[in-house]
Structure formats: structure tokens, C-alpha cells
Write a protein of this length. Structure first.
Length: 179
């Protein structure tokens, strides 16, 4: 509680010092009147931000629950477990997922426009889908290295880069953690 009162007192002293300095500068015609009104608004905002938090209301103590006396009934009998068999269970096949190479796709948007693009399957099956759209003067190679990097399958570094732009250089991207 003492810290809060000291902080409020300190804020008031700072505001008074600022007001005195601003008034003196206005008298000397170094500042315009609009600066004074702006300064007052800023100081008022700072003071309201330093307000004290609402007091916490005490919670009345609750009564302890009444203990339930134990009963002498026996637990119900359980079934005897079946011993394991020696028959081996064949392992379930692990889904391989789509091939790593980019795939050309075409779909129709809600407005009826046919859209084409490239799909870069991710290394993990539960990876989110990310859609890249190139700019008007660009083409699908604008995002090729970024797509290979996010795909996380080690296929990057083969995109033509005649201009030498950094986002088409696979060494520009940090390593992606496995998983």
C-alpha cells in the first residue's frame, strides 16, 4: 500500500514540475498554447493509467464438507482377465502421404472463376495448408523456394534465380525443426 501512495505522490510532483516548466516556456514565447493543451492531455492520460487497482473483496470461508462414513459392502467381483495369445498381430500400414514433388491443381472459386496453382505436400500429414499468391507482375516461382522450405522435404535450391534475389536462395531460410 505504501508503494502505491508513493507512486501517486511522485506522479503528482512530476505533473506539477512539468506544468511549471511549460508555463515558464509559454511566458518566454518558446512554446505555443496548443503545446500546453497537448501536454496536459498526455499528463492526464498518464495519471489515469497510474490509478490504483480495485480492492479485492474478501471471500467468506466455506464450511468443510461433512465426511461420509465408510460402508462395509464388498466391491463387485471383476471378470478374470483373458491371458494373451501367441498369435502375432500384423502391424498396421503407416500412411505414406502424398509424394514430395509439387502437384499442379485446379479448382473453382465461389465466384465461378477457375484457379490454377501448385500444391507442395508437407512432410507431416497434419501440417497446416498455406496459400501463397504472387503479385500482378510475378508468377508461381515468386514463392517456390518458400514453399519448398515450408514443405520441409529438402527439395529446395533448384528454382531459377537470374536476378539473384535472396528469397529464391535456399540458404536464406533457417532450418525447420522435424516433426
Amino acid at each position: 500500500m505504501f508503494q502505491l501512495k508513493f507512486g501517486t505522490l511522485l506522479a503528482i510532483v512530476v505533473v506539477l514540475c512539468l506544468a511549471s516548466a511549460i508555463t515558464q516556456l509559454i511566458k518566454e514565447r518558446r512554446l505555443h498554447d496548443s503545446f500546453l493543451s497537448t501536454s496536459i492531455l498526455i499528463v492526464a492520460f498518464a495519471l489515469t493509467a497510474c490509478g490504483s487497482p480495485a480492492a479485492a473483496t474478501p471471500v467468506p470461508p466455506t464450511e468443510a464438507p461433512t465426511p461420509i462414513p465408510p460402508t462395509n459392502t464388498a466391491p463387485p467381483p471383476t471378470d478374470t482377465p483373458v491371458p494373451p495369445t501367441d498369435t502375432p498381430i500384423p502391424p498396421s500400414p503407416t500412411p505414406a502421404g502424398p509424394p514430395p514433388e509439387p502437384q499442379a491443381i485446379e479448382f473453382t472459386a465461389s465466384d465461378g472463376q477457375a484457379l490454377t496453382g501448385m500444391y507442395y505436400p508437407a512432410a507431416s500429414l497434419n501440417a497446416p495448408l498455406i496459400v501463397f499468391v504472387h503479385w500482378v507482375a510475378g508468377n508461381e516461382t515468386d514463392w517456390a523456394e518458400t514453399a519448398f522450405w515450408l514443405q520441409n522435404r529438402g527439395l529446395g535450391g533448384n528454382t531459377p534465380n537470374p536476378e539473384g534475389v535472396p528469397w529464391l536462395d535456399s540458404s536464406w531460410f533457417p532450418p525447420v525443426p522435424e516433426g
